[in-house]
Write a protein that binds this ligand. Structure first.
Ligand SMILES: Cc1cc2nc3c(=O)[nH]c(=O)nc-3n(C[C@H](O)[C@H](O)[C@H](O)COP(=O)(O)OP(=O)(O)OC[C@H]3O[C@@H](n4cnc5c(N)ncnc54)[C@H](O)[C@@H]3O)c2cc1C
Length: 381
C-alpha cells in the first residue's frame, strides 16, 4: 500500500492547479452572479487535455486512470466549484465508455474531448429523484425507432448539451420491476426536445441546470446504450463510478475552504494578535484538516478500486457521502473563521458555502448513500 501520489499524478495535480488558479479566479464571481457557463475556459481546458482525461487514447482521451482524472476535478473545485463544473461537460460519457457499443464510442466520445460537443445524463424527474424506478418517462417502440415522452428535472448542462443519456420506461410489463427501463442516447436537436434553464440555484451557479421536455422524440434503435430492459441496473453501474467524481469535487471544495480559513486566521488580528493564536480556532482548523484528509483517502480508495476493475458500490457511497458532508462542514467552519467577512461575496468562502450543499444532494443524496452502505453491510438482512 502506497499513500504517495506517483510522479505522474503529482504532475497532473500541479498542471491542473496552475490552470485553475490562472483561469478561474478572475471570472468566478461574475460567472456565479450572472449564472454564466464559462465557455472560453472550458474550451481551453479541452485543448490542454483536462476534459475527458479518463477516456482511452484511441478516442482522443488522456488514457488516465479514474484516480488520476479525479485529481483534476479536485484541483478545479479547490479554486472554484462553479467554474470547476466544466469537468461535468462529459457527464454521461461514462455511460457510453462503460456500456456502449464500439460505434457509439467512436461517434460520441472524441468530440467531447476536443470541445466540439457537451453531453448530459437525464434520470431525475419532477416526481422521482432518489426513487429512480419511480420515473414516468416512456419509450414506445415504433418500427426501427423508439418514441420518448416525459419530463426530466435538474439536468446538468441541459440547455448546452448536444446529446444526453435518457432513462425511460420501455417495458412496463416486465416481470421484474427493475427490468422496465432502457437507456437511450438522445440528440438534443431532435424535434420534440426542449430545455428550459432553471434559474436561482443556491450554488455552482456557473453550471447550467435545466428542465427537459421530451414530446414524441424519435430515437433510432441504434441509440440504445447498454441492453434493453437493463437501464436501471446500468444506471446503478454508472453511479458506482461517477459518484466518486462527486466525492473528488467535495474534497477539492473542502480543501479550498480549509486553506482560506488558515490564511484568514493568520492575517486577521483579534484581541491584539492573529486569530490563529487562539486554541479554539486551532481546534477548528485541526478538525477541518482531519476530515478533509479522511474524505480524500476514502475517495482515492474508491477510485483505486475502480482502476483495479473491482468497483465497490458501498465504498463509492462511503466516499460520496462522507466527502459531501465534509465539504458542507468545512465550508461552514471556514465561513465562521472569516466572521462577518465570510458573509459578503467579496470573499470566495461565501460562494463555497453556498456551493457545498449540492454535494450532499446530486447523484444520490447522503441518505441514499447511507441506504446503500447499510444494505451492503447488512447483507440481505
Ligand atoms: C444542481 C443540481 C444538478 C443536478 N444534476 C442532475 C443531472 O445532471 N441529472 C439527473 O438526472 N439529476 C440531476 N440532479 C438531480 C439530483 O440527482 C436529485 O435532486 C437527487 O437525486 C434527489 O432527488 P430529489 O430531488 O427528487 O429528492 P427526493 O428523492 O424527493 O428526496 C427528498 C429528500 O428525501 C430523502 N429521501 C428520499 N428517499 C429516502 C429514503 N428512502 N430514506 C431516507 N431519506 C430519503 C432524500 O435524501 C432527500 O433528502 C441535479 C440536482 C441538482 C440540485
Amino acid at each position: 500500500m502506497d499513500f504517495e501520489l506517483t510522479d505522474e499524478q503529482k504532475e497532473i495535480k500541479k498542471a491542473a492547479r496552475e490552470f485553475a488558479e490562472g483561469e478561474f479566479t478572475d471570472i468566478a464571481m461574475e460567472c456565479d452572479r450572472e449564472e454564466k457557463f464559462p465557455r472560453d475556459v472550458w474550451k481551453k481546458a479541452c485543448k490542454l487535455g483536462f476534459i475527458g482525461a479518463y477516456l482511452p487514447e484511441e478516442y482522443g482521451g488522456g488514457g488516465l486512470g479514474l484516480l488520476d482524472s479525479l485529481i483534476i476535478a479536485e484541483e478545479f473545485f479547490r479554486v472554484d466549484p462553479g467554474v470547476g463544473m466544466i469537468m461535468a461537460t462529459t457527464f454521461g460519457s461514462e455511460f457510453i465508455f462503460l456500456l456502449g457499443k464500439e460505434e457509439q464510442k467512436q461517434k460520441y466520445l472524441p468530440p467531447l474531448i476536443t470541445g466540439e460537443t457537451i453531453c448530459a445524463a437525464a434520470f431525475t424527474e419532477p416526481d422521482a429523484g432518489s426513487d429512480v424506478q419511480g420515473i414516468q418517462t416512456t419509450a414506445v417502440k415504433d418500427g426501427d425507432e423508439w418514441v420518448l415522452n416525459g419530463t426530466k428535472m435538474f439536468i446538468t448542462n441541459g440547455t448546452i448539451a448536444d446529446w444526453m443519456i435518457v432513462l425511460a420506461k420501455s417495458h412496463p410489463d416486465a416481470k421484474k420491476d427493475a427490468q422496465r427501463f432502457t437507456t437511450f442516447i438522445v440528440d438534443c436537436k431532435s424535434p420534440g426536445f426542449s430545455a428550459e434553464k432553471i434559474h436561482g440555484k443556491m450554488g455552482i451557479r456557473a453550471s447550467d441546470t435545466a428542465e427537459i421536455v421530451l414530446s414524441d422524440v424519435r430515437v433510432p434503435k441504434e441509440n440504445i446504450v447498454g441492453l434493453p430492459k437493463m437501464g436501471f441496473y446500468n444506471v446503478m453501474q454508472f453511479f458506482d463510478v461517477t459518484r466518486i467524481g462527486v466525492g473528488a469535487q467535495a474534497v477539492g471544495l473542502a480543501q479550498g475552504a480549509l486553506e482560506m480559513a488558515v490564511k484568514h486566521a493568520k492575517e486577521r488580528k483579534v484581541f491584539g494578535r492573529p486569530l490563529i493564536y487562539n486554541q479554539g480556532i486551532q481546534f477548528k482548523l485541526a478538525e477541518m484538516a482531519t476530515r478533509v484528509e479522511a474524505a480524500r483517502n476514502l475517495v482515492y480508495k474508491a477510485a483505486a478500486l475502480v482502476d483495479a476493475m473491482k468497483p465497490d458500490a458501498a465504498m463509492t457511497s462511503m466516499a460520496k457521502w462522507y466527502a459531501g458532508e465534509t465539504a458542507v462542514y468545512v465550508a461552514d467552519e471556514s465561513l465562521q473563521v472569516h466572521g462577518g467577512y465570510g458573509y459578503i461575496d467579496e470573499y470566495p468562502i461565501e460562494r463555497f458555502y453556498r456551493s457545498a450543499k449540492v454535494l450532499e444532494i446530486y447523484e444520490g443524496s447522503k441518505e441514499i448513500e447511507k441506504m446503500i452502505i447499510g444494505r451492503t453491510i447488512g447483507g440481505k438482512y
